[in-house]
Design a protein around this ligand. Structure first.
Ligand code: SAH
Length: 456
């Protein structure tokens, strides 16, 4: 990355702007909010620049650019409409080691101007490294519309609260935890709604009820695409002090965790139980008892083939508070992203989720029930057992040409969908390098994939 965003103290920074047209005017418009030491060098001034000059907000030097306009310790903006003149100014600036920004020439500039959203004291600067001003403007407008105009009030409220908390609580970790609780309470919204008295009451309550008990959040991370996280999942993920996550949780989702959170990988690749299940259950309880906010992050939905039930059973027994957040299960995510509706009036009136996990090389499944007509079967953890499963289904009477789909890494950028028939699926697996996680869908709905597949 070539551009380092830093915030500079602005009141004593001196700017010399060369040029008096629209570009110079836009730069001055930005700078004038931050510094009063602005000199504009140009024989002509845009009417708005002239107005600034008339009001004494900028110093106007009515001349063509000359070397002695540049002086050490200043910052230069070359915004004349002549590229050669701008280059000349850049040479003068370099000689005196003055940082320079050249209009339309980020390559030779030392700094560039971001788009700014100003909610003083909150400042958001957006840049696309000059690659796409249209994108920057678009993002600026989106964010600007989404951010309340009362953020300055919230900033003042939080800043006052910070002083109180600093003087009353010494322990840094305890303070951080309290802040997470405060910021996830109704306080911010109440302040933004202008109800500061109610917000104060909430803060008093949160501060008074600071039990040092931790809590466990059992959260479903969905099948991979971070946009499939629920709003609640994102909120709780951001709050956690300690995170225990599985192999199925995609790295893009882990990015949402607080950068200070303690991260623990607890495995769950097949035959690679990095941490045995009983130990995971106990670890969650132990960390919560230390007063931590613990996140147990699991792929898909924690209550669907996720052993989520076992993990909170122990918490319930040991009276550790917990919350469960559902996630989009692989069946939903993969079927949507593969264009295979799990039910359809013409093809399937029911859907059945089964685990294809093998015990001693065979799957112990209620075969007779699985071959029920007009039913979609979704098989979790089935890749190694899929040949065995399709043979059993055929042996119990399912038609050999029943459509079947394997969805590899569903909803993720590498998603791949293989379709075949029960009779042929063994060959498909043998002839392709298909890797986990893979979900299997069996039934007539699979024939819709060709028509409804939408992911490019
Ligand atoms: N709790 C999870 C399932 C855990 S079992 C959920 O609700 O989705 C693990 C199995 O889920 C994998 O073996 C695979 O069959 C399936 N699976 C999970 N994520 C998947 C994905 N992104 N693509 C395909 N299959 C997936």
């Amino acid at each position: 990355m070539n551009w380092l965003p830093l915030l500079h103290r602005s009141n004593d920074v001196k700017f010399i702007i060369f040029g008096g047209g629209q570009v110079a005017q836009r730069k001055v418009q930005t700078l004038i909010k931050f510094t009063s030491a602005i000199t504009v060098v140009s024989p002509r001034l845009d009417s708005r620049l002239q107005a600034f000059a008339d009001k004494g907000q900028i110093l106007h030097i009515n001349a063509l650019a000359q070397q002695d306009h540049v002086y050490a310790g200043s910052r230069i903006v070359a915004a004349t409409d002549d590229a050669q003149v701008n280059q000349q100014i850049a040479q003068w600036a370099k000689r005196l080691a003055c940082p320079i920004s050249i209009a339309d020439d980020p390559e030779n500039s030392d700094f560039i101007f971001p788009a700014i959203i100003d909610r003083n004291p909150v400042m958001i600067a957006i840049s696309s490294a000059s690659e796409s001003p249209a994108l920057t403007r678009y993002l600026r407008n989106q964010l600007d519309a989404a951010l309340s105009s009362r953020i300055p009030q919230l900033a003042r409220f939080v800043s006052a609260l910070r002083k109180t908390i600093r003087t009353s609580i010494d322990d840094t970790q305890q303070r951080q935890q309290l802040w997470r609780k405060l910021m996830s309470s109704a306080m911010p919204n109440l302040v933004l709604a202008g109800k500061e008295d109610q917000a104060k009451a909430i803060c008093d309550e949160v501060i008074a009820n600071q039990d040092h008990n931790g809590e466990v959040f059992l959260v479903g991370a969905g099948p991979g695409d971070p946009e499939l996280l629920t709003l609640k999942a994102v909120r709780l993920i951001q709050q956690a002090d300690v995170v225990f996550y599985d192999r199925l949780v995609s790295p893009a989702i882990l990015e949402y965790c607080n950068s200070k959170a303690e991260m623990h990988y607890v495995g769950k690749a097949k035959a690679d139980h990095a941490v045995p299940q009983d130990d995971i259950n106990q670890l969650l309880a132990d960390h919560a008892k230390l007063g931590k906010t613990v996140l147990r992050l699991k792929g898909g939905d924690p209550f669907i083939f996720g052993r989520g039930g076992e993990e909170i059973e122990l918490l319930a027994e040991q009276q550790v508070p917990f919350q469960v957040v559902p996630g989009i299960t692989a069946a939903s995510g993969c079927s949507s992203y593969a264009g295979i509706p799990l039910t359809h009036r013409d093809y399937a009136q029911s859907v059945r989720f089964v685990t294809g996990h093998l015990k001693d090389g065979t799957a112990d499944l209620p075969w007779q029930e699985l071959i029920h007509p007009q039913q979609t079967l979704v098989i979790y953890m089935g890749l190694t057992g899929i040949r065995h499963i399709s043979q059993e289904l055929i042996a119990h009477g399912m038609s050999t040409d029943t459509p079947i789909a394997l969805i590899e890494k569903g909803t993720q950028p590498e998603q791949a969908v293989y379709t075949s028939t029960l009779a042929e699926i063994g060959n498909v697996i043998a002839n392709n390098k298909i890797s986990a996680p893979t979900l299997t869908i069996i039934g007539d709905v699979v024939s819709l994939h060709k028509k409804l597949s939408w992911l490019k």
